[in-house]
Design a protein around this ligand. Structure first.
Ligand code: HPA
Length: 287
């Protein structure tokens, strides 16, 4: 079956089960889902395995559930958990869930992740608004035949993280008094953490934070001309910056500590989205 037909089946299922598409979708990375859902009205939750063709994640901390409901008059859905390239699936599968949301009719996306801080001014526990990215995954979700129904062969990526949404995120963080950074996210394939030499390379090419996700989803959503905001929870200093090893459990622990700030921020952003004209417009905010 072609990917487009699979997407259409998943969308038909969601239309039947949930109805109209929400106004915003949030992808919540490692350990961020529960704190968010505790702050919003949750209508229901559904494991990914019940949704046609949705891939389920095998990683600890990535539950694999779709939650939806309403917050401040805005209907949202939350993708709790995602699949990663390092799990061995093709990128078309990695982006399947966000593509389904977009095809269903969602126009605004908040993509979150856990990342290592490369920029030495940043600290574990800080939140970083992604201003741009560098794809070092050695792959692209648009490789192969282009699905014209989804988007163009050569999509523009010159403003991949929507300016209007970025402004809204920065404003929300300021109002909440959160330590809020901005910077460039570089995605590597993983699953091994980087070597100090790799981190020095990432620093030299202009990256502020490093992770193993987000970039495929952001490419697929730009292909579909959706508005994207990206936020990283900086869980650790990247390899070699401090004289200590990186341990996944510690990454999860810092996420746990930061998740309250993080989810508060996302709820605030959703409120702003509702209040803003931006929801009534389908076009991307131009630089
Ligand atoms: N590197 C890659 N991915 C990560 C890191 C890191 O240091 N921390 C959290 N996710």
């Amino acid at each position: 079956m072609k990917i487009l037909e699979e997407l259409q089946e998943a969308v038909a299922f969601l239309r039947e089960r949930i109805g109209e598409p929400p106004q915003v979708a949030a992808v919540l990375g490692s350990g961020l889902g529960d704190a968010f859902l505790s702050k919003v009205n949750v209508e229901s939750r559904l494991p990914y395995r019940k949704i046609p063709h949705f891939p389920a994640s095998s990683v600890v901390g990535h539950a694999g559930e779709l939650g939806w409901g309403e917050s401040q008059g805005i209907r949202y859905c939350a993708l709790l958990g995602r699949v990663h390239l390092y799990e061995g699936l093709p990128l078309q599968r990695i982006v399947f869930a966000v593509r389904t949301m977009a095809l269903w009719g969602v126009h605004n996306f908040i993509i979150t992740n856990a990342a290592g801080a490369i920029n030495r001014d940043f600290s574990p526990g800080d939140l970083m608004l992604i201003t741009d990215h560098i794809n070092l995954q050695g792959d692209n979700p648009l490789a192969g035949d282009n699905e014209k129904e989804l988007g163009p062969r050569f999509p523009d990526m010159s403003c991949a993280y929507d300016k209007g949404l970025r402004r809204m995120a920065a404003e929300s963080a300021r109002e909440l008094g959160l330590q809020f950074r901005q910077g460039v996210y570089v995605a590597l394939r993983g699953p091994s953490y980087e070597t100090p030499a790799e981190i020095r390379m990432c620093e030299a090419i202009g990256a502020d934070a490093v992770g193993m996700s987000t970039v495929p989803e952001v490419i697929a959503l730009n292909h579909m001309k959706r508005r994207v905001m990206g936020i990283s929870c900086l869980t650790n200093m990247a390899a070699g910056i401090l004289d200590q090893p990186l341990i996944h459990d510690e990454v999860l622990q810092v996420t746990q500590k930061a998740q309250d700030d993080f989810s508060q921020l996302i709820v605030r952003i959703i409120g702003k989205l509702g209040a803003d004209w931006i929801l009534r417009r389908d076009a991307k905010t131009q630089r």
